[in-house]
Design a protein around this ligand. Sequence first.
Ligand code: PRX
Length: 655
Amino acid sequence: MAQKTESSHFEKRVFKPGAAFSKAARIKSMADYHKLHAESIKSPEKFWAREAAELTWQQKWTKVMEWKVPFAKWFLGGKLNISENCVDRHALNPARKNKAAIIFEGEPGDTRTLTYQQLHREVCKAANMLKANGVKAKDRVIIYMPMVPEAVIAMLACARLGAVHSVIFGGFSANAIFDRINDSGATHVITADGGWRRAKIVALKDNVDSALKMGTTTVKRVIVLKRTGQEISMLEGRDTWWHDEIAKVTADCPAKGLDSEHPLFILYTSGSTGKPKGILHTTGGYAVQTYVTSKYIFDLRDDDIYWCTADVGWVTGHSYITYGPLLNGATVLMYEGAPDTPHMGRFWEIVEKYQATILYTAPTAIRAFIKWGDEHVRKYNLSSLRLLGSVGEPINPEAWMWYHRMIGNERCPIVDTWWQTETGAILISPLPGATPAKPGTATLPFFGVDAAIVDESGKEVPKGAQGRLVIRKPWPSMLRTLWGDKQRYADVYWKEYKKLGYYLTGDGAKRDKDGYFWIIGRLDDVLNVSGHRLGTAEVESALVSHPAVAEAAVVGRPDEIKGQGVVAFVTVKTGQQASQELAKALKAHVTKEIGAIARPDDIRFTTALPKTRSGKIMRRLLKEICTGGEVKGDTTTLEDFSVVAALAQSGKEED
Ligand code: PRX
């Protein structure tokens, strides 16, 4: 797949960090970066051990790393508690205990601040509440909550006991909850009556109720936080209120020393089959790498007000709202709601109100802001900002430039951070005081990360050529397995380069003359919609579960705001009529099955799908049809070309 491309296609503009920023930063120059990176690749164990020593270990490790492809262990023999490291370490430090750990702004405008000392108390109480309700180490606990401090408190409370949390994004449907409960074998659910989103209530508890009615599950108890206050139903013996339970317990809950490889959380993400993958992260390595990346990439200082706009339901919310920043003793700003509620300047109003210094958001949000117009930004004073970040998908240069000009006032470095749910922490990113940025590239690998772009045989492709992004050595925060499916773990990530022991990211990329990594996008059947992963197979199986649908094929097409939009090609069963009403019903059906994020933007009915002679749907051709172009690719394996011709024609008529 390696193909030569002209290196002149690379963006030429270069933005060096300002001298004042570099001077105060931890890593001040490219010379410093290269030196430390080279050392960290030559002796990764030395680098990671030095950094790990900055955390609190109840028992020190005896061995830094063990690698038996594809299974890695880090800090073997070590015992620690990530909740102790996020909370107690700062709450017991006289200089930090009264510092704000979480500053919260609800969508309706309610606010709350928790100091480290208060957070410590809340986490201890929540852990005792879980214990009193039967949660034990290694039990799986589903967290399905709005973006309120209790979501973070619940995560830290689970970690304190050694229970494994699995946070489900509040936008997911009852079906998605049911699947995740069953796959993880969860015994407890922590939820809320609802959350606020665009001035409406997201009925979280109702969704949990529906999920638990879909079949028998392992769930014994549901703990419900009161947030929105509407009437909900509580099932006697199963459901209980957070405020009632928390009132019964004390704030005394010493953090349990856990093995470094003790499971910390499962987070489900899309793959190329219909079944989401339960990515398993463990304690020690994850703690060390989220700590270190937050420290160097956001260059955290004690007086920062750090705001990551992600939801805790995604990995960004795990690693860069909860764990990474709190491990560093940072002040984390948390906002519950939508960026356009009650007005399109809400984000900028929040930046001004709390004097945020670091803003970490996604290209899809930036593109929406551009569309809404600069006047919503201009009303506010953003001079407190000193650093900007981007995550989730390649940032297009126009969005980068707007972010740089309008939000950063041409003064704030931008860190474009590449990583995945699987990687646990940022692997490729500029260091803000050192790396000259170019709009659209995540630039260079972080310390200890051996990234390369290779061909099918594992050989590095020449500069400028496109290939597959791989990581050649294990790293501390890497996923350990897929929950309950070691074989799939080995197959998806390691089979391709088994002998070499390379991790396959699934992304295509190329490098420019400076060695910068330019991520092109996914090479598998995974879409990136608004920075979130969505498997085409997941949407397809939701569509075919509708009684009118015979077959469905889903592909992505470029979308101005979302990065990729979802297009579904659908054939209906005999006797069913393709109609506008059915298209509407199918969109609603997908929303119900998975969540609004997966709702197709466009449903195209067809009498047949293009297939190979062996019956495989040729999505590549559908993609070409969607992007409006002629079908240029190889069609020799196609069974019946007239199907493609008809589809291409119908697309044109609609346009
Ligand atoms: O394709 C890459 C893209 O998002 C994928 C990972 O998705 P997920 O596991 O949901 O995690 C998203 C948040 C870490 C990657 O395989 N991606 C993420 N960040 C970037 C990116 N593509 C280009 N540049 C980025 N900065």
